[in-house]
Design a protein around this ligand. Structure first.
Ligand code: CO
Length: 660
């Protein structure tokens, strides 16, 4: 009884008009959201979705995921696109298939919990702009964080899909925390909240096929709403996991069109359509139509994005996921972060530290934003902890988590870490136990007041409320108050073609490497020669720069003066370095505050001339989406602050100087 799948027909026109299956597997396509988010850093542009939009509407997908997740952030930050406009534009081409978005519950499409008034307005505007299905998840599976948005989804009469983030602490489903009982209990909670469907969200591709079978059998027997599986391919298991989940009775699965499938993305739709062909769970999809859509993707769209694909490895499977249960996206973040800090050699220490940090922080699932919170803190610990002192540089987000601002963790947070994190924490040193948003003061009116000169409607205001720095910059581009920088402009097919030709030349050995040399200033001894080599003419300039002459029997050259001693280079040392004390800069005295990592300044707490005590926060540096409070290395008076909010800094940049 391992399989309910029956082959009902062996002869059929597999492209269309074949007899409908009794219980077809429903499919949600993720190409236009999770597909390019997984493979192309969420850089997909609306103009590159339009060529396939009408055809994709014909396939018969249960829904198309078109919005949410990281799209809102990247669109306004990197693509100069109004995120709200994408929904409206795509709706003009896709009229039949419902749209789905990924909503991070009270985090909306950002990385922190927003106040209830912002959450209400956001859901209301997403629905009004055309969103139909709200796939909602909370990184901690704390469904108190669903309360506000679900009210809004229901009020707008839209589909509420509740997610359970799939997590594990053992190589297979089980253990003390994330076992079958845990998932069944979570599904019941969602059903009680009025979920129109329930999704198990396996963001790291950790779910093994036979665990999927056990899980979906149990869920099918326990709850009524349709069941949906979202499983990333990262580890390579997802197509097998899909099939076992289908055998166990899952109603809906997630796939991508094949050019956007596999690697850290999702299984492709086409092999699944063929695998189920003629069975009682046949999708009914027209394979010729899918092929037609793929051709457009391959020829017209993918060439513009290929350069974003990480294809440095031959394997499309990330073996580290199987070894460390680290989500693919998190892993690439960790690697990038270490590379930027010139510490890639510490990756093994990071892998060893990661489970310790996760356990200290309450064994939380690793999904946006908790994967970044745990990942960045792990890197901070590996780089900055000193013997005898752990958690030397705690990010603002870890402090928020310890305070309870993200919700209830799966197991209690390590009390020592919690106490250290909350020492001097602005909201208070005693953690909360209530629904997190209850302690958040309304934010919308304040944001509206701040942006009133730029924003023209509530959509603009929400963009600013969610992303104050980059949102404001986008609104300036949108209304022509600031020139749009070239790096946010689209890449054309011609750009891609030129690059391809260049690469082909390089591979054929027809590109000559130019060795970069600095040209010294030429002196009075410069002489010009006309030189012929093999019939080719060169103008050559030669300068005699001294040294013992070849023929010098008569004239004795005076000895060349010794070079003037060079000023010793000022080497800035990172404040938190294990080996070096804070460096002093010898321009009138003072101790520099040095950037311990590259990032963007998001807060300036002090101004020039302020008296500060050692340990007091001067600047907030955002690195890998986490905020780090940079404290005064010594007490004194701030002589100079070199930066403002929005400025990017490199590692070891001098951010300010404190005079004794
Ligand atoms: Co996903």
């Amino acid at each position: 009884m391992s399989s309910d799948i029956l082959v009902e027909s062996t002869k059929m026109d597999y492209s269309k008009d074949r007899p409908a299956a009794k219980n077809p597997v429903k499919v949600m396509d993720l190409t236009l959201r999770d597909g390019h988010q997984s493979l192309f850093a969420t850089r997909g542009r609306t103009e590159d979705m339009i060529p396939v939009a009408e055809l994709m509407d014909e396939v018969g997908f249960w829904a198309l995921e078109t919005w949410g997740g990281a799209t809102f952030d990247t669109m306004h930050r990197f693509l100069n696109e109004d995120p709200w406009e994408r929904i409206r534009t795509l709706k003009r081409y896709i009229k039949k298939t419902p749209f789905s978005m990924l909503l991070r519950a009270q985090n909306l499409v950002g990385y922190r919990n927003y106040a209830d008034d912002v959450a209400e307005a956001f859901v209301d505007r997403a629905a009004a702009n055309g969103m139909d299905i709200f796939r909602t998840f909370d990184a901690l599976n704390d469904y108190r964080n669903f309360e506000t948005v679900v009210k809004g989804i229901k009020k707008a009469d839209k589909h509420f899909q509740g997610c359970i983030c799939y997590s594990m602490t053992e190589p297979r489903m089980g253990g003390d925390v994330y076992n079958l009982d845990y998932y069944v209990a979570k599904a019941k909670e969602l059903e009680a909240m009025g979920a129109d469907s329930i999704c198990v969200k396996d963001m790291a591709g950790l779910m093994a096929p036979y665990d999927a079978f056990t899980l979906f059998k149990a869920l099918k027997e326990t709850v009524k709403p349709p069941l949906h599986l979202h499983s990333h391919f990262t580890s390579g298991m997802a197509p097998m996991t899909h099939l076992k989940a289908i055998e166990a009775g899952v109603d809906i699965v997630d796939t991508c069109m094949s050019p956007y499938a596999y690697r850290t993305s999702h299984p492709a739709v086409e092999p699944m359509v063929m695998a189920l062909l003629g069975t009682n769970r046949d999708t009914g999809f027209d394979i010729n139509l899918l092929a037609q859509i793929n051709e457009i993707f391959e020829k017209e769209i993918v060439p513009k994005y290929r350069h974003l694909l990480d294809d440095t490895k031959m394997s499309i499977i990330d073996i580290n996921v199987l070894l460390h249960q680290t989500p693919g996206g998190m892993l690439s973040n960790l690697v990038n972060q270490l590379r930027e800090m010139d510490a890639l050699d510490k990756i093994d220490q990071v892998f060893a530290e990661l489970p310790r940090v996760r356990k200290d922080l309450g064994q939380i699932p690793l999904v946006t934003p908790t994967s970044q919170i745990v990942g960045t803190q792990t890197v901070n610990n590996v780089l900055f902890d000193e013997d005898g002192e752990r958690y030397k540089m705690i990010t603002g987000q870890v402090k928020d988590l310890c305070y309870g601002l993200y919700g209830k963790t799966a197991v209690p947070i390590n009390p020592e870490v919690q106490k250290k994190a909350l020492k001097g924490y602005q909201r208070g040193e005693k953690p909360i136990t209530c629904r997190p948003a209850e302690v958040l003061a309304p934010e919308l009116e304040k944001a509206q007041e701040e942006i009133k000169d730029l924003a023209k409607d509530l959509d603009d205001e929400l963009l600013y409320a969610l992303y104050p720095v980059t949102g404001k910059r986008f609104l300036k581009w949108k209304y022509g108050l600031e020139e749009v920088p070239p790096e946010v402009k689209p890449r054309t097919l011609e750009d891609a073609k030129a690059e391809k030709e260049w690469l082909a030349k390089a591979k054929a050995g027809k590109l000559v490497e130019r060795i970069e040399k600095t040209i010294p200033d030429m002196g009075d001894n410069l002489r010009k020669f006309n030189v012929l080599v093999d019939g080719e003419y060169f103008a050559v300039e030669v300068e005699d720069t001294g040294g013992p002459p070849a023929f010098s029997s008569v004239t004795q050259f005076p000895p060349r003066p010794a070079p003037a001693p060079q000023a010793p280079a000022r080497v800035a040392q990172p404040v938190a370095s294990k080996t070096a004390p804070p460096a002093t800069v010898d321009d009138g005295g003072g101790t520099p505050l040095i950037a311990p990592m590259p990032g963007m300044i998001v807060g300036v707490e002090k101004k020039e001339g302020d008296q500060v005590n050692q340990g007091e926060t001067i600047l907030i540096l955002e690195a890998m989406k986490m905020e780090n409070a940079l404290a005064a290395p010594v007490s004194g008076i701030i002589k100079k602050i070199n930066l403002g909010v929005g400025d990017h800094v490199a590692k070891n940049d001098i951010l300010c100087v404190i005079a004794p």
